[in-house]
Design a protein around this ligand. Structure first.
Ligand SMILES: [Fe+2]
Length: 181
């Protein structure tokens, strides 16, 4: 509990852009590390940490940032695309969770996830952020940052991530392709 309060306190006062960018950098570093690591319990732990943080980040971002940007003409299309990219990343993460790390396709899938996230991050930082900065005042960006931190923490401390195939829009496709075990 003390750790959580410290984190929120430390992050208070940051604009949403900075908080999202910090997370992006962390995700890129984690993925690079995962790509280099040999299979081990340590690698599994890192992947679980990555998965929890990525999902909490994406959901909190959609809830407090995208939701507002959907209402603005200049950013509506961009955030709808962004949300689809989140769904793809979530699908890849779920797939990585269901196949064994020792399977040949695990590293290939991880690489696809990294490339897809790098593209998503480039679009957000290069296109969404500059447009959002024209829409939100500094105070609004700070408030959204605060809401983001709280929502992300709430999600990180909530129930353990579960693979729910019913929520996976791609699951029927997976069945057809024989990717399910
Ligand atoms: Fe995003």
């Amino acid at each position: 509990m003390a750790k959580r309060l410290n984190n929120v306190k430390k992050e208070r006062g940051e604009e949403i852009y900075k908080l999202l960018k910090q997370d992006h950098n962390e995700f890129k570093a984690m993925l690079k590390k995962l790509e280099k690591m040999g299979n081990s319990g340590e690698k599994e732990d890192l992947f679980i940490q990555f998965r929890q943080e990525l999902l909490a980040h994406a959901k909190a971002e959609e809830q407090v940032f995208y939701d507002r940007l959907k209402k603005a003409e200049k950013t509506k299309k961009l955030v709808l695309e962004g949300a689809e990219e989140h769904a793809i990343a979530e699908h890849l993460v779920k797939k990585l969770s269901t196949i064994g790390m020792d399977e040949d396709r695990w590293p290939s899938l991880l690489k696809v996830l990294r490339e897809s996230l790098e593209h998503h991050i480039e679009d957000e930082e290069g296109d969404v952020f500059p447009k959002a900065k024209k829409i939100f005042s500094k105070d609004e960006a700070l408030m959204i940052g605060q809401e983001f931190s709280e929502e992300k923490q709430r999600r990180l401390q909530g129930t353990e991530y579960e693979v729910d195939e019913k929520e996976d829009v791609y699951s029927s496709e997976e069945d057809t392709l024989g990717f399910q075990q």
